[in-house]
Each structure stands twice: as C-alpha cells, then as structure tokens.
Ligand binder design. Structure first.
Ligand code: TRP
Length: 452
C-alpha cells in the first residue's frame, strides 16, 4: 500500500509541509495570550521542557506509525491492532471541533485586515475597541462566514496547492515582520523591557498545575500532534528521510515562531498597561488588543498593519484548509460519499458549531459551560481533554501494544536512533503517568472541585 501513496518530494518536503500545518494562529494568536496568562517565563520554561520530552517523542511516534503503515490515523491504528480502531474516531473529532472556532478567530483577523485597509488604524487602537467589536452580534458572524466560506471554496475547488505556495513564500516575510515589530516595541517603548523580562524569567510563584495543563495543550495544538495529522503526514514521507531530524526541525521552527510572537505581544502589553495583571489575563483577545496599538505608534504603522494581517490571514487559512481537508477526507473514507458533498456537510456542521462560539462574546455572553465562554470551552475540550487523552492512548499503544521497538526500527532505516532509550522510557512510563495526572487535574479544575 505504501508504494502507491504519493509522497513528499525532496528532503525538505516533509518538513515544509509539517511546518506549514504547524505554524498558524496557534503560534501567533494562542501562544502569546497563554504565556501572558499563565505566568510568562514559567510557562515558557514548562513549554520547552514538554516540547523536548513529550513533543519530540510523540512527533517521532506518530510520524513513524504513519510511515510504517502508509495509512492515515483511522486506518493506521486499525491495521496495527484491531482493538484500537476506536482511536480513529476520537482522533477525527479533534480537527472537527477546532475548525469552527479557528474560523471565528480567522474572521477576527479578516476584520482587522479590512480595518487597516480602510484606514481605520487609530479607531482599532482605541481602548475597548476589540471588546465592543466581538460584543456585536452580527458582524463577527459575517466575517466568520466569509473566512470559513473561503476555506471551503479552496477545498471544493481543490486549489490548496496554490494557496500553500503563496503561504510558503509569505511565511519567512511574516517571521521577519514579527521580529521587526517586536524590535520596534522593545527598543522604543517605555516599560516594554519589563514585558521581555516577564516572558523570559521563570517566576515560580506563578506556577500552578494549570500552567502545565495549558502548556501541554498548547504543545499539541501548535505542533498539530495528538489528532492524527502527523500520522497522515508520516504516511507520505519517504523512507530515506530521517524522522528524528525532521521532528527536531519542525519543533524548533514552530516553537521559534511562537516565542517571537510572544515577544511581539507581551512587551506591548507592558508598554501600554504597565504590566497590569488584568491586561495580562485578557485571553483570546490579547493579540487583537495590543497589535493595533503598536501599529498606531509606529511610523508607517498603517501599511505594516495591512501587510501583517495579510500574512496572518494566509497562515490562518492554510491551517484551516488543512483542518477542513482532514475532516472531509475522514467523512469521505467513512461514508463513501461524494467529496464535494462531504465538503458541504463539513461546512454546514462547522457553521452550526462556529455561530455559538462567536455569539458567546455577544448575545449569548451569559451562557457559560463549566464557567467558560463557548469558544473557550471548545478550545478546552479539544486541547485540554481530547488531545491529552489521545496522547495517553497513543503512548500506551506504542509503549505496550506495538512496542517501542517497532518505532525504533522505522526510525533506524536512516541511521541510528541516538536517543532510543530516552524515547522508550518517556513513551512507556513518563507520558502515561504524567498525562493521567494532567487530565485528572484539568477535569477537577474545570468542574471547580479544586482550584490549581
Ligand atoms: N497547528 C496549527 C496552529 O498552530 C493549528 C492546527 C491544529 C492545525 N490542528 C491542525 C493546522 C491540523 C492544520 C491541521 O495554528
């Protein structure tokens, strides 16, 4: 089967595709607000430790499973062990939950892009602009429709390759822009340096179990782990490419972009609010609140705002395309329906799930699930519940069912797996125990049994 599968071309094909899927709103929008909320330096430190241990291990395991079986997640688990067929369904749920609310945020990005294009930079920089915008009922839903509609159009027309090419060219420009914007903030604005210090100095008094829960969820989300994506990518990977090297490259690139984005957003919070704890707790709106303020003080800020939001738009839409693509192909394989029809069904479901996420900030603002706004709840359910659960089952599956040896052999096709002992130890013992603890505390916390 593996022989019939189309594969990534060239050495860099896998890394580019995996990095393309990895870098998105998770890095630019989600990482900075979580880092701000969960204690800055301590969040960063925990994130790094988790990336080097769990991130690396899971990335290698998933890629190797995909390459070995030549199948995507649903088929891969089933073909290795029938008892684990159920995993295919859980894995499929994650992108289906993420896509709608991801597109709501995509809509916010489009709104800001449009705002800069139409010359409303100073309006958007005003205090309270963002909250009153998402507090309006109709407009954010309109932008959400537009964003997910465009996503569906690309998937329907099958032109994602073209979009991906554009995005690959834009990605380096986006990284340069992020560096320029953070450099500008840090070097010219009073108080910004305190933000840098907040981000890089671990303050253990800010530590809580929720810091670890949030960092782990972010790691999975940002690197597109624990949702079957890397298994699918692995199935396209050629046998002569090193799995470990690729995993390291994707991980370093993804974390690098996330760190730079935090360096752009967090110092700005300090510059504009003096490090007010309430401003740091802003949550999902953080990037949209601080960036227009920076652009408003920057020479040429209008233009930079336009260029910046175009790039973010491309980073976001390539991710949403690949999310929708994943859900559509699962539907297609499972129900054997026409692909276009599947695409329309997925679009319909996403619209239904996305509208409440958007209304959660306006008309349905008082409706809370476990004390969370609707968008936050979807985010929590996928990143802090389902993904850790999938990671847990995956590590038990690799550690005790198919055995680490199978993964190690797949990795060693291209040469010695230098850290194989470390790999086996993490996947067999550390990951299961640790993730169970994390899951339990995350659930207890959500139900308000304990506050940690
Ligand atoms: N990793 C992406 C980001 O950081 C988001 C994402 C999650 C994703 N799952 C995905 C992208 C699946 C593509 C495919 O924004």
């Amino acid at each position: 089967m593996a022989a019939n599968r189309s594969s990534f071309t060239g050495k860099i094909g896998f890394v580019l595709a995996a990095a393309g899927s990895a870098v998105g709103l998770g890095n630019i929008w989600r990482f900075p607000y979580l880092a701000a909320k969960y204690g800055g330096g301590i969040f960063l430190l925990i994130y790094l430790i988790l990336a080097l241990t769990f991130g690396f291990t899971l990335m290698v395991a998933e890629t190797a499973i995909g390459r070995k079986t030549g199948l995507s997640a649903i088929g891969a688990f089933k073909s290795l062990d029938k008892r684990f067929s159920f995993m295919g369904y859980i894995v499929a749920l994650v992108p289906a939950i993420i896509l709608p609310y991801y597109s709501v945020i995509g809509g916010w990005v489009m709104k800001y892009l449009f705002g800069f294009v139409s010359g409303n930079a100073s309006g958007m920089a005003g205090d309270g602009y963002f909250n009153s915008y998402i507090g309006s009922t109709v407009e954010p839903i309109g932008w959400f429709f537009l964003f997910i509609g465009l996503t569906a159009l690309v998937v329907l027309l099958g032109v994602e390759k073209g979009i991906e090419k554009v995005s690959k060219i834009m990605m380096p420009v986006l990284v340069v822009l992020i560096i320029v914007i953070s450099g500008y903030t840090i070097f010219t604005m009073d108080g910004a340096v305190d933000g840098v210090l907040y981000l890089i100095t671990p303050d253990f008094s800010h530590f809580s179990v929720m810091t670890v829960v949030a960092a782990l969820g972010q790691l999975f989300y940002s690197m597109s782990l624990a949702m079957g994506i890397m298994i699918t990518f692995g199935s396209y990977m050629k046998k002569d490419i090193s799995i470990t090297k690729s995993a390291v490259q994707v991980g370093v690139f993804d974390s690098g972009v996330a760190f730079l984005a935090a360096l752009m957003v967090i110092p700005a919070v300090f510059a504009f609010s003096g490090g007010d704890p309430n401003a740091l707790q802003q949550g999902p709106g953080l990037m949209f609140v601080t960036l227009p303020k920076i652009f408003n003080t920057m020479p040429g800020g209008n233009i930079i705002g336009v260029v910046f939001f175009i790039m973010v738009f491309f980073a976001a839409i390539t991710s949403s395309i690949s999310l929708m693509e994943t859900v559509v192909s699962i539907f297609h394989d499972k129900f054997k329906l026409n692909r276009k029809l599947c695409c329309l069904i997925v679009l319909g479901i996403s619209l239904l799930l996305g509208i409440p996420s958007s209304l959660g900030y306006s008309a349905w603002g008082s409706f809370k699930i476990l004390g969370m706004q609707i968008l936050d709840f979807f985010d929590f359910a996928s990143n802090n519940l389902l993904m850790p659960l999938i990671a847990l089952v995956t590590s038990i599956f690799v550690g005790f069912v198919i055995k680490p040896k199978m993964i190690i052999e797949e990795v060693e096709i291209t040469g010695e797996f230098k850290v194989k002992k470390f790999f086996s130890f993490i996947i067999k013992y550390v990951a299961p125990v640790f993730i169970v603890l994390i899951l339990i505390s995350s659930i207890l916390n959500a139900f308000g049994v304990i506050t940690i």
